[in-house]
Design a protein around this ligand. Structure first.
Ligand code: OGA
Ligand code: ZN
Length: 378
C-alpha cells in the first residue's frame, strides 16, 4: 500500500504520483465508470449500478480535491461527484496492474516429469476437510501444477461427491453425477474395460469441457492398472519450441470431437491446443478415442496429421510422465484442461474399482481465492 505524493489533472485525465515514486494516469471516463458511491456502485455485492450509456462520452474532470486517504472528483458535463479511496485507486490502477488470466500457462508452474517434485503434491483428506491451510495448499497445487492426490478419503461409494462439496459443485453428465470405472460387460466407453488407456483428457466433445476430474480408488487389487499423468501445457510448450509450424496448426485448426451412443450425441468444434487472447496455452484437448473423422481441406490434411503425430509423440515421452498406483482411499484431483491421464492395462484377476466425477475450475478457483484472502488478512 502506498500514499499519494501529488496529484494533478488535465480535462480527461487524472495523474497521481505515489509516495513510492510510481505514477497512475487515469482517464476521466474510466474514473466516472468506476464511481464507488452508492448511486453508482453496490458495496454489498460489488456490482456496478450504472450503464456505460448513462455516462456522457464527453466526460471530463472539472475539479479535484483530496484529503489524506480520499480523492473527490467533480465531473463535467454531468456535474457528478465521485469519491475514491486512495488504496482503491492504487489497487485498481491500470498502469500498475496488467490484465491476467489465472487459467493461462503464465500463471502456472509447468512441470517436466516426476523429477520436478520431491514428492507428488498430496494432502490428507481429514486435514483437507478441517484445516483451511491444508485445503489452500491442496487447491493451490491444482492451480499451479494441475493436480493433487488426497489420501485417506473414506473407501465408500459416493465419497468422491463429498470431496467436491468442499470446494465446488458437481458437473453432472450423461455418465451421471459420478461414474464407476470398472470392468463392465458391453461397456459404453473403453474406460469401463480392463484395457490400457493412452494419455488423454476427458470429454473434449463437451463445450465447455469439464474443468476438473476426480478419480477415487475404492479397490485396486488387480495386477497393473497404474495411473500415469503428465502436464499437457508443458508438452504443448515443447511442441512450440520444436516446431512453430506444428504448434500453429494445432492451435489454429478447429476439429470436431464427438461422443455418440444410443442416448447421447455430443459434438464440439475446437482446437487441440487452445490459446487465450494473450496467446498463452489455456486448454489442451487430446483424446484419440473421441476425435471425429477429420474434415480438413485436402491441402492441409497431411500437415495436420504430422502436427498431431508430433504432439502425440511428445505425450509418449516417458520422462514427462509421472506413474503411480492409486491405492484404496486415494483420490486424484486434476485439471482436465491441462493434465493428461492414462492407465496401464490390468489383469482380470483381482478387482479394480475407481469412482470418477467432474467439476468446474471456477468453483475451485473461487474457493482458493477466498482461502488466500483470508490467509492474507490473518
Ligand atoms: C476415465 C479414465 C482412468 C483409470 O475413466 O476417464 O481415464 O485409471 N480412467 O481407469
Ligand atoms: Zn479419462
Amino acid at each position: 500500500m502506498t500514499t499519494i505524493a501529488s496529484l494533478s489533472f488535465a480535462d480527461d485525465q487524472l495523474t497521481i504520483i505515489w509516495a513510492n515514486g510510481s505514477e497512475s494516469r487515469l482517464a476521466a471516463l474510466w474514473l466516472r465508470d468506476n464511481c464507488q458511491l452508492p448511486c453508482c456502485f453496490n458495496d454489498q455485492n460489488g456490482q456496478r449500478l450504472i450503464n456505460i450509456t448513462d455516462i456522457p462520452q464527453s466526460t471530463i474532470i472539472a475539479s479535484v480535491t483530496r484529503s489524506a486517504a480520499k480523492v473527490t472528483i467533480r465531473f463535467a458535463p454531468d456535474n457528478h461527484i465521485s469519491e475514491f479511496d486512495a488504496n482503491w485507486l492504487f489497487d485498481n490502477c491500470y498502469c500498475q496492474n496488467k490484465a491476467f488470466d489465472d487459467r493461462g500457462e503464465k500463471s502456472k508452474t509447468l512441470w517436466m516429469g516426476p523429477s520436478a517434485f520431491t514428492k507428488l503434491p498430496n494432502a490428507d483428506y481429514s486435514d483437507f476437510c478441517c484445516r483451511s491451510a491444508t485445503q489452500r495448499h491442496a487447491l493451490q497445487a491444482v492451480a499451479e501444477y494441475g493436480f493433487v492426490i488426497l489420501n485417506n478419503v473414506p473407501v465408500k461409494p459416493g465419497s468422491v461427491l463429498d470431496v467436491i462439496s468442499h470446494f465446488g459443485f458437481v458437473r453432472e453428465t450423461n455418465y451421471g453425477k459420478l461414474f464407476d470405472v470398472q470392468t463392465e460387460i458391453n461397456p459404453n466407453n473403453l474406460a469401463f474395460t480392463n484395457l490400457g488407456l493412452g494419455g488423454h483428457l476427458d470429454n473434449p466433445y463437451r463445450n465447455p469441457v469439464p474443468g476438473l476430474q476426480l478419480l477415487h480408488c475404492l479397490e485396486n487389487s488387480a495386477q497393473g492398472g497404474e495411473t500415469i499423468i503428465q502436464d499437457g501445457f508443458m508438452a504443448a510448450s515443447i511442441l512450440r519450441d520444436e516446431s512453430a509450424q506444428n504448434f500453429n496448426l494445432l492451435s489454429k485448426t478447429a476439429i470436431n470431437f464427438r461422443f455418440q451412443n444410443k442416448s447421447t450425441d455430443l459434438h464440439t468444434l475446437a482446437t487441440m491446443i487452445e490459446l487465450n487472447v494473450l496467446n498463452q496455452i489455456v486448454t489442451v484437448r487430446f483424446n484419440n478415442r473421441s476425435i471425429a473423422p477429420l474434415t480438413l481441406p485436402e491441402t492441409s490434411m497431411l500437415a495436420y496429421y504430422t502436427a498431431y503425430r508430433h504432439l502425440a509423440k511428445i505425450f509418449e515421452r516417458t520422462d514427462l510422465q509421472a506413474c503411480f498406483k492409486l491405492n484404496p482411499g486415494q483420490l486424484l484431483l486434476f485439471d482436465n484442461t491441462r493434465i493428461l491421464h492414462a492407465r496401464k492395462a490390468f489383469s482380470s484377476a483381482g478387482r479394480r474399482h475407481l469412482q470418477g466425477a467432474y467439476s468446474d475450475l471456477d468453483g475451485l478457483y473461487s474457493t482458493l481465492n477466498i482461502l488466500k484472502s483470508s490467509a492474507n488478512k490473518s
